[in-house]
Design a protein around this ligand. Structure first.
Ligand SMILES: [Zn+2]
Length: 202
């Protein structure tokens, strides 16, 4: 069965493009002109944003290849890494918000030895739902594994993968105010079959 992701994943990519292409105040008077020159301000991106917003509201999943097509457009831009990272953080915010308020509150107030497993099981669920990825703990590390990446091989030097790296970092920061260095230990860009990240889990 083809891999699917939450509609919020492609939406995060599109909104990040739009954010990057939205002019500063000084340029505002040229917006009309820019609309034809900047992808993020184009009618196509606007229409796609509407469509995925609608899909997200109705909890409809989207084929991974749709997200991949958007990622390829981003991968050609000189600011690809900035756009990927901001999209990853944006999606992490949505993932965090979808974890129940009770659980988020408990994670914040309970002692770490109880809070951490609660945080992990919440993170595991949202990683599966939104990223089609799996999270596991190995010793003092959290591993995120994504079998069918939406962003691998879309930009040179593994830049597409910064989407997931930024996502994992932001999710851990929001959940437990933690997560140290993240290492990309396995990568489809290097023909290693899947992408995997390792984050410190202290
Ligand atoms: Zn990778």
């Amino acid at each position: 069965m083809p891999a699917t992701v939450d509609a919020l994943l492609p939406l995060s990519l599109l909104e990040s493009v739009r954010g990057a292409d939205t002019p500063e105040d000084t340029e505002a008077e040229y917006v009309h002109e820019l609309r034809n020159k900047r992808l993020g301000l184009s009618d196509t991106v606007y229409a796609e944003i509407q469509r995925y917003t609608d899909d997200a509201k109705k909890n409809r999943r989207v084929g991974n290849e749709k997200a991949l097509a958007i990622a390829k457009l981003i991968g050609r831009r000189p600011d690809a890494e900035t756009v990927f990272r901001s999209a990853g953080r944006r999606l992490a915010g949505e993932m965090y918000d979808s974890i129940s308020g009770t659980r988020r509150g408990l994670v914040r107030f309970l002692p770490a030895f109880i809070a951490r497993p609660l945080a992990l099981s919440g993170a595991r669920r949202v990683a599966r739902r939104y990223l089609n990825g799996s999270l596991s703990r190995i010793g003092g590390y959290i591993m995120l594994s994504v079998g069918e990446s939406a962003t691998a091989n879309t930009a040179p030097r593994g830049i597409g993968c910064t989407f997931y790296e930024a996502n994992l970092g932001e999710l851990l920061r929001l959940l437990v105010d933690g997560g140290g260095a993240i290492e990309h230990v396995r990568c489809m860009d290097r023909d290693e079959g899947s992408c995997e990240w390792r984050a410190e889990w202290r």
